[in-house]
Design a protein around this ligand. Structure first.
Ligand code: XLS
Ligand code: CA
Ligand code: CA
Length: 439
């Protein structure tokens, strides 16, 4: 069998000055940073759906990229060709993980038993390919949004039969994830939401989603899933209102239904901005709540109101994101999954390689700059000093929850009027960030 990416052997680190288009400028996989190699900080993953499946089809036109990999689309031979192409690609780029939906691996059949048989066959083939490599599954998931049966949702559906199919799909996706050594399992609530309250029982739907997640948790644990179940928040698209709007909403949901010790968050950059947040905000909310799990790495376009899933290149954002990741203690079993796709006119295999070089370099830069920002210390010092008035006896009493409203009111009345708090120094701190990035 010939190679799919025969124009490269191995993409290597050549340094910031290289003009070789097929080399990393910043991603130096084995370089030690804070006691571990870059590759272990970043844990890059390839998303099966975008890299091996998406051919540029959009609402206005057909695909521009050939993702048949030399086989007839929709056949098992095609599914195997995708595996071959994917492993060659990951090896050549030095990517150690992949993520998948069930239907990314094989085409869905009319009968679920046939689909499951195909999944057994392809997962055997993937296991064979994994053999002798250090490539592993980061997480798996079930696509419960494409098939028309899920038009009213999966966990939130109005049909008890469709609910059973959702359960069956999750069970099989969990089986395959565990079989491929994946530690985490993702729930992205694609159609778990609604368009109008006129036809929706919101409470009923949310309770059913929680029940489905509880059953998935119990089954996953029973077959040895060790890592996290992850919720991937997204505010809208395809639905107008999605129940997992953002990290804070999803965390509240998990706590309400007692799922918070098995679930954490998979934060996608583009979903954060669709929710009106920054990527780093979503990461900070997760860390503050002990819910930081994994990341879907991409970026949106601030001029567009939808999920463009672009390869990340904005180094301000990757720096501020990696700062949050480092502060959260780094990835344990999660990683940086490129849920990113080439732009429609970037339709060649070379473009796939350029896209990953761009994204991996952007996060490598983000990591090194985030470390510099932490080592520089001025941001952390400023923050410590900003809240220093709480370091005294009174502040401590408030922090310990031992003060009363009456007591504080008495103190305030005795003071008559407080001094204004010290400046927030935003422009100074933004200058520090620029100095660390470009100085
Ligand atoms: C879609 C989501 C999806 C999840 C996995 O917007 O990003 O691809 O990551 O189902
Ligand atoms: Ca995603
Ligand atoms: Ca997305």
């Amino acid at each position: 069998m010939g190679e799919y990416f025969d124009f490269i052997q191995q993409v290597k680190y050549e340094g910031a000055d290289t003009k070789n288009p097929f080399a990393f400028r910043f991603y130096d996989a084995d370089k030690e940073i804070l006691g571990k190699p870059m590759k272990d900080h970043l844990r890059f993953a390839m998303a099966w759906w975008h890299s091996l499946g998406a051919n540029g089809t959009d609402m206005f036109g057909v695909g521009t990229a050939d993702k048949t990999w030399g086989a007839e689309a929709g056949t098992i031979a095609h599914a195997k060709a995708k595996v071959d192409a994917g492993f060659e690609f990951m090896k050549k780029l030095g990517i150690k993980f992949f993520c998948f939906h069930d239907v990314d691996l094989v085409p869905e059949a009319a009968d679920i038993n046939e689909t499951n048989a195909r999944l057994d066959e392809i997962s055997d083939y993937i296991l064979e390919k994994m053999n002798g490599t250090d490539i592993r599954c980061l997480w798996g998931t079930a696509n419960m949004f494409s098939n028309p049966r899920y038009m009213n949702g999966a966990g939130s559906t109005n049909s008890v039969d469709v609910y059973c199919f959702a359960a069956a799909q999750i069970k099989k996706a969990l089986d395959i994830t565990v079989k491929l050594g994946g530690e985490d399992y993702v729930f992205w609530g694609g159609r778990e939401g609604y368009e109008t309250l006129l036809n929706t029982d919101l409470k009923f739907e949310q309770e059913n989603i929680a029940t489905l997640m509880r059953m998935a948790r119990d089954y996953g644990r029973s077959i040895g899933l060790k890592g996290d179940f992850l919720i991937e928040p997204k505010p809208k698209e395809p639905m107008k209102h999605q129940y997992d709007f953002d990290a804070a909403t999803a965390i509240g949901f998990l706590r309400q239904y007692g799922l918070d010790s098995d679930f954490r968050m998979n934060i996608e950059a583009n979903h954060a901005t669709l929710a009106g947040h920054t990527f780093e905000h979503e990461l900070r909310v997760c860390a503050a709540n002990g819910m930081f799990g994994s990341v879907d790495a991409n970026q949106g376009d601030t001029l567009l109101g939808w999920d463009t899933d672009e390869f990340p290149f904005d180094v301000y954002t990757t720096t501020l994101a990696m700062y949050e990741v480092l502060k959260a203690g780094g990835f344990t079993h999660g990683g940086l999954n490129f849920d990113s796709k080439n732009r429609r006119p970037s339709n060649t295999r070379e473009d796939m390689v350029y896209a990953f070089i761009l994204g991996m370099d952007a996060f490598a830069l983000g990591l090194t700059k985030a470390v510099k920002l932490i080592e520089d210390g001025r941001i952390d010092e400023f923050k410590a000093q900003k809240y220093a008035s709480f370091n005294g006896e009174l502040g401590q009493k408030i922090r310990d929850g031992k003060a009363t409203l009456k007591e504080l009111s008495d103190l305030a009345c005795a003071m008559k009027a407080p001094q204004n708090p010290a400046s927030g120094r935003q422009e100074y701190l933004e200058g520090v960030l620029n100095q660390v990035l470009f100085g």
